[in-house]
Design a protein around this ligand. Structure first.
Ligand SMILES: Cc1ncc(COP(=O)(O)O)c(C=O)c1O
Length: 378
């Protein structure tokens, strides 16, 4: 049997998303996936267990649970007509991309969160990588002049090439921006993002997975103004990655379309009950977010003192850095392995770059101790 003949070429050609390999039962310093390493304290754990033990797992989950909806409306100052839930925001990215016509171009910064491109590709959509500016990792200013926007079309009208103008005015685009960006840790200019939202040819997705670690405001406040805006949220980065709960916010028209392809019961009953419990106990997470931000800034200053890396300022719960000398890459990789340190590395143009999640104070101290050792021998 030739399985290949059944499978879409767009799937066959794909490289799967590969989490950093971690051997079970080793004492790994796990700082690769931007999770939170703060765990529930004893009393909260007990209250949590008491709360969820009444969950009726014999029934299908009830995503319309009024108490949960109210809590989320308050948490995000948004109306329930403007949001849907996803099994992590990954599922919501998948729903967005599955709904698009084949001729919509998927524009994503390079580098950014890899799932945008992976999911776009298996949906047979064309991907346009927008290379970020060197070192600042800002969007290039000519992003607004790309063929695809109608701002560019206006400009072309003056130059005059009627055929091209026609074509580019019809070109539809979707943009995905992680805000702050993963892995670079910076925010893109909100003016630029609003400019893109000003075009009827664009849908703009603002993925706020890490916004709680920064002092920038959410784009949720623009939902009433822009019907082409989508905002993504997740609870994965504050200590609830295992529950898989993400949210998509948009105007009524987009929500209505996404609801048609969202699988029924996509969020399981235990996750729904857990979310209700944790939103009622959100102070615990607020404290940990604050601790993470303090730790991030300390870690940044310490990393900056090392010679073997160039470190970039971050508004998220991770820090991006590059090796000052690419020849030490294999020695550094061996060193990380020897010390059981799991951090994210990259390929392509960024193969000498790494992203480290901000850990607990003791984990960050260990990292600095190890990195200082490597610095002294390189
Ligand atoms: C920018 C960004 N968006 C979305 C996600 C996925 O989040 P979730 O766990 O909610 O699927 C990640 C995870 O790393 C991310 O970095």
């Amino acid at each position: 049997m030739k399985i290949d003949s059944f499978i879409k070429e767009s799937v066959i050609n794909l490289e799967p998303y590969t989490p950093v390999e971690i051997e079970q039962d080793t004492n790994v310093l796990k700082l690769d996936a931007n999770e939170s390493n703060y765990i529930l304290n004893k009393s909260l754990k007990k209250k949590y267990a008491d709360f969820i033990k009444g969950t009726l797992i014999n029934l299908y989950p009830d995503s319309d649970n009024k108490r949960l909806i109210k809590l989320l409306e308050n948490h995000y100052s948004a109306k329930s007509d403007n949001f849907i839930f996803g099994n992590g925001s990954d599922e919501l990215i998948s729903i967005i991309l599955a709904s698009l016509k084949r001729d919509v171009i998927v524009n994503i910064p390079y580098p950014t969160f890899s799932m945008y491109e992976i999911i776009a590709k298996f949906n047979e959509l064309k991907v346009n990588n927008i290379e970020l500016l060197k070192d600042s990792f800002e969007l290039p200013s000519d992003i607004l002049n790309q063929d695809a926007t109608d701002i560019a079309c206006d400009k072309r009208l003056n130059g005059y090439d009627s055929e091209k103008t026609e074509k580019c005015c019809r070109q539809k685009n979707i943009y995905f921006f992680a805000y702050p960006n993963n892995p670079t840790g910076n925010h893109f200019s909100s003016d630029m993002l609003l400019n893109l939202l000003g075009s009827k040819n664009n849908i703009v997705v603002i993925d706020e997975a890490y916004l709680m670690f920064s002092n920038k405001e959410s784009f949720i406040k623009y939902l009433n103004k822009y019907e082409n805006l989508i905002v993504l949220k997740t609870f994965s980065k504050i200590g609830l990655a295992g529950l898989r709960f993400g949210m998509l916010f948009a105007g009524a028209q987009l929500i209505n379309e996404f609801k048609k392809i969202k699988l029924p019961y996509n969020i399981n009953s235990l996750t729904l009950a857990s979310m209700e419990f944790f939103l009622n106990n959100y102070k615990f997470f607020e404290k940990n977010i604050h601790k993470t931000v303090v730790q991030r800034d300390k870690l940044f200053l310490k990393l900056k003192k090392l010679n073997f890396i160039n470190v970039y300022k971050s508004d998220a719960n991770f820090i991006f850095f590059g090796l000052s000398n690419k020849d030490i890459k294999s020695a550094f990789d061996v060193f990380l392995k020897k010390h059981n340190v799991a951090i994210r590395n990259f390929t392509g143009l960024f193969e000498n770059f790494y992203r480290i999640t901000v850990g607990l104070p003791s984990e960050n101290d260990k990292i600095i101790e190890y990195f200082k050792e490597f610095d002294s021998i390189n």
